[in-house]
Design a protein around this ligand. Sequence first.
Ligand code: BGC
Ligand code: NOJ
Length: 820
Amino acid sequence: MDYGYFDDDAKEYVITRPDTPLPWINYLGTEDYFGLISNTAGGCSFYRDPRLRRLTRYRYNNVPFDVGGRYIYLRDDQDGDYWSPSWQPVRRPLESYECHQGLSYTTIKAAHNGIHAETMYFVPPGETLEVWRVQVRNDRDVRADISLFSSIEFCLWDAQDDATNFQRNFSTGEVEVLDSVIYHKTEYRERRNHFAYFACSELLAGFDTQRDTFLGPYRGWDAPEAVERGECFNSVAHGWAPIGSHHVRLSLEPHETRQVIFVLGYAENPLDAKFDPPQSEIINKSLVQPVIERWTDPSNVDAALAVLRSTWDKYLSVLRVSTPDEDTNRMVNIWNPYQCMTTFNLSRSMSSFESGIGRGMGFRDSSQDILGFASMIPSRARQRLLDLAATQLATGGANHQYQPLTKRGNAQIGSGFNDDPLWLIFAVSAYLKETGDLGLLGELVPYDNVEGSETSLYEHLGRCVRYTLERLGPHGLPLIGRADWNDCLNLNCFSENSGESFQTTENKEGGVAESVFIAGQFVVASRELEQIARALAKLDDATTLESNARRMVEAIERDGWDGDWFLRAYDYFGKVVGSRSNEEGQIFAEPQGMCVMAGVGVMDGRAARAMTSVRDLLGTEHGVMLVQPAFTRYHLELGEISTYPPGYKENGSIFCHVNPWIMIGETMLGHGDAAFEYYQRTNPSARAVISDVHRCEPYVYAQTIAGRDAPSFGEAKNSWLTGSASWHFVAISQWILGIRPELNGLRIDPVLPESWPGFSATRQWRGATYEIVVRQPLGVTGRVGRLVVDGKPVEGNLVPEAPAGSVVRVEAEVEPASSD
Ligand code: BGC
Ligand code: NOJ
């Protein structure tokens, strides 16, 4: 079935039927105020923290799916017929429907019985509010009398409490209504100085703020009584469930269009000026009123939309590529960086699969998200690095997660994931290569946010490495701790009680479980830090880092190799995991990718053998599976991984995050065809033709695609918030296309499919523009052999940094590999 198409010029995906296999989601906002919005207007909004500052409700796992949203109802007052111009929640058949998912905006267009409606939702840059611009057009030849109702359901701020603590919450809801504005002020009387407002540009025929009054007894959002009868009740919520609904009457001449603007926003008042008059319980509206006036004015809305578009054009101008492959161009130029912005902003907190409650900003997740984001807005990446490092523990370990609102480590989630700190080095290194801003390393940053504990960021990185070195097992490989990148490989857990969290339950002491994955990761991180040390002229540090990395490589070669691939781990008892000698779980993808990225076995053929094993044992037409054979029963000594049915999640799905590591590994061996083939298998745009199988959005990566062992082989889940975004962007842009910032220059090292004649690209880097043309003669595969920069031949493949403002012409030619 066809659900839509890409409009690359508009940078949109246009959905052409509302009943997509799953809600196809977009995000509004890129700074402090965010919204999740589906193709049928489902979703909700929050300010900074989706758990602690949730503005509106969304009902996860409801029936039908995707309930709660930014709903508009239209009613024909001549015959009482009513419908949703976003299809949901009324689901009346529409004569036409289109949802344009764009960069930080969503437009839904629909026609019913000669009335056309177009609603555009977006967050004006720099604001803590969202605008809904509704245009209603009468395509009939006679006048139409239309009632328009808005609706949202307020969340009582703390989303966790809101969804559970009904004995209190049914009695706390409070609102105010003044002119055309509904103010949501639950708990404003006490320790909150923030409130939400929902404004309308028009004079109201009525309003409702009490959910059950608006809907009517035992009714749902699909058939509100107020809409059905064509008139609100002017209810003022007190307790129960506060909502916001405005009623506007439109009398439309034939072919006339009317525009109505709604503004939903978040506002804070100074503590000493919360109320007006001061001794009352009435919200002081003097600060927010000008904001409301500004954003209900259409000319400001249009201007902000233009700013939003040009802001995105600027972000996307950092890298523009023109390759022979349309799916590649589309992902690299538009959707992949867009998703990287989203993962940077939200980590794994809130999507249509993540409720925004359980998970804050992950230390490893946010660190990796920077890899794909640092080039877009380096200053924001810099701040994030400092925030992350401030949650690092003095031991060098990390708080596994932190809350975005407080920027404090989340003690409930704990620490002890032994891969965590090493990711910080990856992230800092990516930022330094992008910017050359070595000054970052001298910034003083505390540990666990404890005042007085500050050291330089460089010292933080040193502790990351030492954290591993102080926790080596009997084979000289890193101890795994709670788990490593694979959260579900809990080798010290031994959980026998259902309901225990593998993430936080007590670990058994005294084990020797070691991770070959962390070993590879340690080598990569140490080499990155070594380069940083050299850039700071800390040569002793560099030497130490180098020899530690060398020792770790030796340990991997000695005790981390199974004969045809890299082992995964040693368990608590010192038994191998991820070996041919295991009954199930014989080969894991992560150590193959990471160890080859670390360069282990590249010279002696082991890396190539590992890649062949991946292809033969883990490769499928939908991508590379995480483990084979998948676990068919619960293995107490392995932890959560074997709790999933075979083919899902960590138990043998195509875990998209890991696929780019395999792609990068293949490029390191010069295998352009293999790398690109893997790239295409997980490429969402290339998978659009199999949307009925894939089911998630065709414009973003998902965390997993069900593996061969699952009945739904090929079905994606957990779209949007996944490290797949960053790593795919790194794999295609830096390793396959090979445009790779380094500390001292821009490396041009493409490893392309044989059939490509080359490609061209524009890269903004440290203020200069590099116009790059790569040529690959027919039938040739290899590496860049000839590099010409501004007409002059350059030795090697590193383009020196040019002064800011300059435009540099780079021509590179691929020459046959000398040996393969
Ligand atoms: C999931 C992992 C996730 C972890 C942390 C597990 O249940 O399978 O993918 O990293 O939870 O929330
Ligand atoms: C998702 C988590 O967010 C990430 O941190 C982890 O590495 C992967 N799952 C694999 O378990």
